[in-house]
Design a protein around this ligand. Structure first.
Ligand SMILES: Cc1cc2nc3c(=O)[nH]c(=O)nc-3n(C[C@H](O)[C@H](O)[C@H](O)COP(=O)(O)OP(=O)(O)OC[C@H]3O[C@@H](n4cnc5c(N)ncnc54)[C@H](O)[C@@H]3O)c2cc1C
Length: 374
């Protein structure tokens, strides 16, 4: 009998496992892929995510420090650079492997096997993998957006709450990367419905991708091909596709002895697609609730804490996403006349401003009528 079984060794699962093992709990992680494994991701670890890691990232993992953004919309381009770090670029296979190693060092065990189903028996949870059954006091499902285990707790996610992302890692010389982007993230709005395209400067490669609403992005591969070509990368690259949940809508994320964390809980910023921060925070919160041994109300307590600490931010991100994507004039207005908008927005990933503060600052400044023009 384990205290905690965790499904998935992404940032949410490894963090939940590390924190719980650190509290002296007997923890088993069940992961379907052999590690290190590829993970489709831009690899932007925001400063707020890095700060809540509670670990020092080895230099070798930190490929580039980002201090600014270059934003494109229609024919406009704006650049904003801060005097401090906003984001660190990492390669997810290495980053996730590092977090898993830390969970193991803290005392968690790992078995590489796919979880097929689970059943809450009242005083324990039974977890069925490809080759055996595990029993545990609690189960954290952190198996990402595409795995169906979470549906037994939260129900099936509506297509309106899912984004589609395509990404390619394109090898390049570090000097060329430095000359092209240096310490900037390159973000292209207006090219994918309800989302954007990105070019992120890693070590030895660019992460180039597009993401948008699943309900509106009808031909994602075509959008990706055009994006690659228009930015001088040519069309022929290995392209990985993955879905992403869009946060900010209230949904069930825990029941009885089963808690959802990270993408499984739908905790992703609808505007930027940032999910690592929310995965780390929710993984940590799940472990704490379980460690506190308030067995009767762990699910309620977890839902309340996630809602209080993450829910509000995600709701404001969703509001911003709606405003900017449904009203292109708002975007043009922000880029043309209001330098301050980007200036202030990019303080959010650096944990220097909350979404709530930003949206409440922005809305009264937007010219009346802008939101009704399409
Ligand atoms: C293309 C793309 C780009 C992105 N870029 C960024 C970015 O730059 N910055 C950012 O902050 N966020 C980004 N995100 C979001 C971010 O990747 C996710 O929010 C984050 O990975 C969520 O972590 P997680 O631990 O919840 O899930 P995951 O990282 O998805 O990990 C889930 C793990 O569970 C395992 N698993 C799945 N099913 C099972 C099963 N049945 N049994 C056992 N194991 C299972 C998987 O193999 C995987 O290892 C991006 C997402 C995409 C798709």
């Amino acid at each position: 009998m384990y205290d905690l079984v965790v499904v998935g060794a992404g940032p949410a699962g490894s963090t939940a496992a590390r924190m719980a093992a650190g509290m002296g709990l007997k923890v088993m992680i069940l992961e379907k892929e052999d590690f290190p494994r590829y993970k489709a991701c831009g690899g932007a670890l925001s400063e707020r995510a890095a700060c809540c890691l509670g670990l020092r990232l080895p230099e070798a993992l930190c490929e580039r420090s980002i201090t600014g953004a270059r934003i494109h919309f229609q024919n406009q381009v704006k650049e904003k650079i801060k005097g401090y770090r906003l984001t660190t670029l990492v390669t997810r296979s290495a980053f996730d492997h590092f977090l898993l190693q830390k969970a193991i060092e803290a005392g968690a065990s790992i078995t590489f096997s796919r979880v097929l189903s689970f059943s809450d028996k009242g005083d324990y949870v039974s977890v069925q993998t490809e080759d055996r059954i595990y029993k545990s006091r609690f189960l954290v499902i952190a198996s990402g957006c595409q795995d169906a285990l979470k549906d037994l707790i939260s129900g099936k996610t509506s297509r309106d709450d899912i984004g589609i992302c395509l990404v390619a890692e394109i090898e390049a010389n570090d000097m060329d990367i430095e000359a092209r982007l240096g310490r900037l993230l390159d973000i292209h709005f207006g090219i994918a419905s309800g989302g954007y395209g990105w070019i992120f400067p890693h070590r030895g490669y660019y992460s180039v991708g597009i993401g948008g609403l699943a309900s509106q992005l009808i031909h994602p591969r075509q959008v990706m091909s055009s994006f690659l070509e228009n930015n001088g990368f040519g069309r022929h690259h290995i392209i990985h596709g993955h879905t992403i949940p869009l946060g900010g809508r209230k949904r069930r994320i825990a029941r009885g002895r089963v808690l959802l964390a990270g993408d499984s809980a739908g905790l992703v910023d609808s505007f930027t697609g940032e999910g690592i921060y929310y995965a780390l925070r929710s993984g940590e919160m799940a472990a704490r609730v379980i460690g506190e041994e308030k067995e009767g109300d762990a699910a309620q307590l977890y839902e309340r804490r996630c809602d209080r600490e993450l829910g509000e931010e995600l709701r404001y991100a969703r509001i911003l996403s709606r405003i900017m994507h449904n009203h292109p004039n708002a975007f043009s207005w922000a880029l043309e006349c209001h330098d301050e908008v980007i200036e202030k927005y990019i303080e959010i990933p650096a944990a220097r401003r909350s979404y709530r503060e930003f949206v409440r600052w922005l809305l009264p400044r937007m010219p009346f009528g802008l939101l009704s023009m399409r």
